[in-house]
Write a protein that binds this ligand. Structure first.
Ligand code: HEC
Length: 134
């Protein structure tokens, strides 16, 4: 009884491998490798972002709220815009706010230079306050 129950489904599973479709195994292989590549990317990405978080700069955000027009714009102008022209406008900075924040916090930017703690605080605290156009 058990044999009859298992056997037909087993044959059903095995059958496609014998199909005379030359693309079948190549396609399967491609799918499998794409899946593995994605998995590797995910794991690698997770490991990288964990590492960056460990190196994260802790901003000191007490005191008055930072103003974009008042201070943030000129800090970004003198530290970033020479290499990133797109950060020359409020919209350009706002759109990239979270990557700007993490690149400053983990020290990868500004590339080849350092930024004073006061300047890091200005940009990071302003972003943490929602990057307002103030
Ligand atoms: C001397 C040139 C230079 C300066 C100054 C600079 N960057 Fe960059 N930035 C680069 C280059 C080149 C890349 C491309 C990735 C790389 O090579 O690390 C980059 C990449 C980035 C990225 C993409 C994500 C990343 O981390 O790779 C962000 C965000 C960024 N920079 C933000 C900033 C901010 C914010 C500043 C100012 C505080 C800044 N950069 C100053 C050259 C610069």
């Amino acid at each position: 009884m058990c044999y009859f129950l298992v056997s037909p489904s087993h044959e059903g599973l095995v059958y496609p491998e014998h199909e005379p479709n030359p693309n079948y195994s190549a396609l399967n292989l491609m799918r499998r490798y794409r899946f593995l590549a994605l998995l590797a990317l995910l794991i690698g990405g997770a490991a990288l972002s964990c590492k960056k978080e460990e190196e994260s700069y802790e901003p000191e955000c007490s005191g008055p709220a930072k103003s974009y027009a008042g201070v943030v714009k000129s800090v970004i102008q003198s530290n970033c815009v020479g290499c990133h022209a797109q950060y020359g406008t409020y919209t350009g900075v706002k759109n990239a706010a979270s990557s700007i924040r993490s690149s400053i916090a983990n020290g990868s930017m500004p590339k080849g230079r350092t930024m004073s703690e006061a300047d890091k605080n200005t940009v990071i605290c302003w972003i943490d306050a929602g990057a307002p156009n103030n």
